[in-house]
Write a protein that binds this ligand. Structure first.
Ligand SMILES: [Zn+2]
Length: 248
C-alpha cells in the first residue's frame, strides 16, 4: 500500500552502515516508524529529508506492518534551531513528547500543525522559550486526550482569584479559599498564569502564541505545564532533563 503524506521527523536511529529507521509525525497517519535505506549517505537526496526536525513530503510503502520511506523531499529544515544548542534541545523535547502522546494510524493534523508552529516560533525567537514550551505542552496534552479543566475553581466555581491554584494531578483549578482546606499538591498560578493557561488550552489555534505574561507569571505557567505533563504521563523525558541542564 502506498501512502503519500507530509510529516516531521521526530526521531532517527541508524541501522547498519547506511540505513536508518525514522519516526515521523505525519498529517494523515499519526506516528509512523519507517525504514529508510541509504538515508545515512550524504549523497543520497533522502538524507536531508529524513533528518531529525526536518518537515518533508513522504511517500511510504506499507507491507504487512512495516513501513518503508520510498521518497522524501524536504520542505522546511528550521535552520534557526540548528545553531543554538538550547533551542535545539527544547525542539528535541517537543519531538519526544509528541512521540509519547500522538497515536499511530490516527489522523494528526492538529498535532502536526502545533509542532510545526512551535518550532517556527522557537526558531525565529518570536516568543520567550518558556512561553513556547508551556503553550506546546498544554496544547499537545489537550489534543491527545489529556484536556485539563481550567474553567473555574473545581469546588466553588469562582472564575478568578488572586490565589488560584492549579492541581497537576487532577488537571483542575482550586481558588485560594478552597485550596486552604485541600491537601492536594498544587502550583500557585494566581491571575496571570491562570489566564495564560486558559489561553494555551482554549484559544483559537491561530492565536495560540499571541499572549504575553509577566516574568513571574511565566515561571508559574512553566511549572504548571511541566508538572501537568509529568502527572499525566507518569514518566520523565531525557530530552527535557538535558534542556533543563542547559537552562542552568
Ligand atoms: Zn473555590
Amino acid at each position: 500500500m502506498k501512502i503519500v503524506t507530509d510529516g516531521i521527523v521526530i526521531r532517527e536511529q541508524p541501522v547498519k552502515e547506511s540505513d536508518k529507521v525514522i519516526t515521523v509525525l505525519t498529517r494523515h497517519n499519526g506516528i509512523i516508524h519507517a525504514y529508510a535505506s541509504g538515508a545515512k549517505n550524504i549523497k543520497n537526496a533522502k538524507s536531508t529529508a529524513t533528518g531529525l526536525l526536518t518537515y518533508s513530503q513522504f511517500v511510504f510503502y506499507k507491507s504487512r506492518e512495516r513501513y518503508v520511506a520510498d521518497e522524501a523531499n524536504a520542505k522546511e529544515v528550521f535552520i534557526g534551531l540548528r545553531n543554538d544548542i538550547q533551542k535545539l534541545a527544547l525542539a528535541q523535547y517537543f519531538c519526544e513528547l509528541a512521540g509519547a502522546v500522538v497515536q499511530e494510524e490516527e489522523p494528526s493534523e492538529e498535532q502536526l500543525r502545533l509542532t510545526l508552529n512551535s518550532l517556527y516560533v522557537l526558531s525565529k525567537s518570536l516568543k520567550p522559550e518558556a512561553q513556547v514550551k508551556a503553550a506546546f505542552e498544554f496544547r499537545m496534552m489537550a489534543l491527545c486526550g489529556f484536556m485539563p479543566d481550567l474553567v473555574c475553581c473545581g469546588e466553588c466555581a469562582v472564575y478568578e482569584h488572586e490565589k488560584m491554584m492549579f492541581l497537576p494531578e487532577e488537571g483542575s483549578l482550586l481558588c485560594g479559599d478552597c485550596a486552604g482546606i485541600s491537601k492536594k499538591h498544587s502550583v500557585l498560578t494566581g491571575l496571570g498564569a491562570t489566564a495564560a493557561m486558559r489561553h494555551c488550552v482554549y484559544s483559537e489555534f491561530d492565536k495560540l502564541f499571541a499572549f504575553s505574561v509577566s516574568e513571574a507569571a511565566l515561571g508559574s505557567l512553566q511549572k504548571a505545564s511541566e508538572e501537568y505533563v509529568t502527572a499525566c504521563l507518569d514518566r520523565s523525558f531525557k530530552t527535557l532533563d538535558f534542556y533543563r541542564s542547559l537552562c542552568g
